[in-house]
Design a protein around this ligand. Structure first.
Ligand code: PXP
Length: 259
């Protein structure tokens, strides 16, 4: 399968339009839905093509060891299909690293999840895990991948990400989303400080987890240097009500309003 039309993707950070945060759509939920009935319905490849056609600037997947949503075959088939940015999240097991060395996605986002984790719910301890991270980051970079580390907004952890050689960090935005409705300014404050630390250390900034239409615009206003947001759960829930094309455009507009 080939996507009929898609945006071209400029890879190196210096070629990115730094004033606009990119939307990477996480398609795990589509694979989960497909797997529920054992047939190829919904068709993940078609959905990926349509996400790009409707304006998504990246596609994110998170293959987990139990393959409950994205399967190894999906990782491979999407590698020739995705025309924007292909971002693969995962814990760096030997099997995951070998798969990344074959697929060579534009970006690998490393997460510290246990194999049976329901979803990512904490960032790396980049200091305690420095030896492991240094090794796997250099291996992935050697394969041609940009490497981003999922971290919490703690200065020491952000500095640690730079020390081990990461290209970017992805802020774990779960706590931001949780506290946004009661006190948005307090919710974003630690991320704004940590974003300055990231920039001072030469790290690009991504963000993800529990971002949604209400909290995305404020995030992009306060941290406009965010290069990419990866969004799945809320976006697909919104798509049930607004449709896929409208929903992706609503998210793109929320980002544009924030910048
Ligand atoms: N970033 C990481 C590292 C994740 O594990 C996930 C969930 O797969 C996301 C971003 C997207 O989170 P959500 O599905 O809540 O938008």
């Amino acid at each position: 399968m080939h996507c009929a039309s898609a945006l071209s993707f400029a890879q190196p950070d210096q070629q990115l339009n730094r004033t606009m945060t990119r939307l990477s759509v996480n398609v795990n939920k589509i694979a989960l839905w497909r797997n529920a009935r054992g047939s190829n319905f919904p068709d993940l490849e078609q959905v990926v093509c349509d996400c790009e056609r409707f304006g998504a600037q990246g596609i994110t997947i998170h293959p987990r060891p139990d393959q409950r949503h994205i399967r190894t075959a999906d990782v491979l088939s999407l590698s020739t299909l995705v025309r924007t940015e292909y971002n693969i999240e995962g814990y760096p097991t030997e099997a995951f690293l070998q798969l990344m060395e074959v697929v060579k996605p534009h970006q690998v986002t490393l997460v510290p999840d246990a194999p049976d984790a329901l979803t990512s719910s904490e960032g790396w301890d980049t200091v305690a895990q420095a030896d492991l991270l240094r090794l796997v980051i250099s291996r992935l970079q050697y394969a041609g991948c940009r490497v981003s580390l999922f971290v919490e907004p703690i200065a020491q952890q952000v500095e640690g990400a730079a020390t081990v050689g990461a290209d970017r960090i992805e802020f774990y935005t779960g706590p931001y989303a949780e506290h946004f409705s009661t006190n948005p300014k307090a919710a974003i404050a630690p991320y704004m400080q940590a974003a300055e630390v990231a920039q001072a250390n030469g790290l690009g900034i991504n963000a993800g987890h529990d971002l949604n239409l209400p909290n995305l615009e404020f995030w992009c206003q306060r941290i406009p240097q965010t290069l990419e947001v990866s969004i799945g759960h809320a976006l697909w829930v919104d798509a049930l009500y607004y449709g896929m094309e409208n929903t992706i455009k609503l998210y793109l507009r929320a980002i544009a309003r924030g910048v």
